[in-house]
Design a protein around this ligand. Structure first.
Ligand SMILES: [Ca+2]
Ligand SMILES: [Ca+2]
Length: 435
């Protein structure tokens, strides 16, 4: 295995050491590179139309990262986030028309009278000041404990929003159709139940969940989920409107007498795959891109405990699984989320500082996987000699500032001058930028 520690590009808040490495999965040679290091439990990631990655960290930060330059900007630190166990600031979703509709949705837990509660809020992005402002609360008072608080978000093609909620260790709640816990919920961007929800006036889209941690959109509006089982039967499957997913009576498949009866009586949807021992399955994402040909048409799924990146091939018409491959097996530790960029590159969020992992010096981090030999960025970065950033210069080469700190500079493209003499472009954001 070849390992090159290449260079440091420096962001407003965090210095990012870009270490590149190669691995091979499913026949594709792959370069791995740290996009940003020194994070604290990155939980949810989304790419906007300008190629910027927005992500949350569990203590309460919302950031935006430029995957080309490594420049990361912290846009908001939510003050009332309460983070303990599995709770804190969790998933986020950009409005499908972002940035034309400059809205971001995110879920977090807070303390209320000694109890943990969860809310889903809307943040508005103010482009002129490049800042995020809390704007609305769609759903509040969702009951929580330090574990099982769901929170994965996914927009459907009709611009309604799915949100998973956990059973907060109160298992029967998952079968109560009027309770918002233990469900996948569907709502408008104002937090209202759409008229075509299964039970009019209620948010539940599916019932019988323990703790859904992954939601992803496939072709033709097909929605996939991943879910944590207890000590057995993590699940991956398809989300069907109004259906029951069995918890707490049914674990994984309907495959004993008690489960079979409940499954028949309650129209239960079985998963496509179940995992015992559990992997602690987490973020999932459809891979429809060309950058890794062997992955096209598969669902990517990461896991925490097993530290895996898997690729699952689902039958195009039937709810059955054709293959399930492990691409990466405990190489980086715990993996919380996976994101497929518009160019087909893959980003995974490493979660070794969540209280259940062993954190390395650079953890937590976002890792970019790109096909070997096809990345302009990688080539450019690899051609750059290692070293310290001495100066920030403007595009004309004039010295703007000694050192590497871009914070406070006007929004523009700058050049970072390394001690080797190499110049590498870096962006100070005053807004989103297209490439
Ligand atoms: Ca189930
Ligand atoms: Ca079972």
């Amino acid at each position: 295995m070849r390992r090159n520690t290449i260079l440091a590009l420096v962001a407003c808040a965090t210095s990012a050491v870009w270490a590149a490495d190669t691995l091979s999965f499913a026949g594709d040679r792959t370069i791995e590179r740290d996009l940003v290091t020194g994070l604290q439990v990155p939980w949810g990631m989304e790419e906007d139309s300008a190629g910027q990655i927005w992500f949350t960290e569990r203590p309460g930060r919302v950031s935006r990262l430029d995957p080309v330059t490594g420049v990361r900007r912290v846009l908001l630190n939510l003050p009332d986030v309460y983070s303990t166990g599995e709770t804190g600031l969790l998933d986020l979703a950009l409005h499908p028309a972002f940035p034309k509709v400059p809205q971001i949705f995110t879920v977090y837990t807070y303390q209320s009278g000694g109890a943990i509660r969860e809310r889903l809020v809307r943040l508005d992005w103010e482009a002129a000041r490049d800042t995020l402002l809390p704007a609305d609360t769609l759903l509040d008072g969702v009951r929580g404990v330090s574990t099982h608080v769901g929170s994965r978000l996914l927009f459907l093609p009709d611009t309604t929003l799915l949100m998973s909620s956990g059973d907060f260790q109160n298992q029967p709640i998952a079968q109560d159709p009027r309770a918002v816990e233990g469900k996948i919920l569907r709502m408008t961007t104002a937090g209202a139940p759409p008229a075509d929800n299964p039970v009019p006036g209620f948010l539940a889209w599916t019932t019988g969940h323990r703790n859904v941690q992954g939601l992803a959109m496939g072709p033709a509006g097909r929605v996939f989920y991943s879910e944590h089982g207890p000590n057995n039967d993590d699940e991956f499957g398809v989300v069907r409107k109004g259906r029951n997913y069995g918890w707490p009576t049914v674990h994984g498949f309907c495959d004993d007498v008690v489960e079979d009866k409940f499954c028949l009586d309650s129209n239960v949807v079985e998963p496509l795959s179940a995992y015992t021992p559990t992997l602690a399955v987490a973020g999932i994402e459809w891979y429809g891109a060309d950058a890794f040909p062997s992955l096209k048409g598969r669902v990517l799924m990461v896991s925490l405990k097993a530290g895996q990146l898997r690729a699952l091939r689902v039958h195009a018409d039937k709810d059955s699984l054709l293959s399930d491959s492990i691409l990466v097996n405990n190489r980086w530790g715990r993996l919380r989320d996976v994101l497929v960029l518009a160019n087909g590159y893959i980003v995974v969020a490493v979660s070794n500082r969540d209280g259940r992992g062993t954190a390395g010096a650079v953890d937590d981090r976002l890792i970019l996987l790109s096909p070997a030999g096809s990345s302009k960025v990688s080539r450019r970065v690899q051609a750059t000699a290692a070293g310290r950033v001495l100066n920030v210069r403007n595009l004309g080469g004039r010295l703007v500032r000694a050192g590497s700190d871009l914070s406070g500079l006007p929004a523009s493209l700058y050049l970072l001058e390394f001690e080797s003499g190499t110049m590498v472009p870096a962006i100070q954001h005053g807004g989103l930028r297209k490439y």
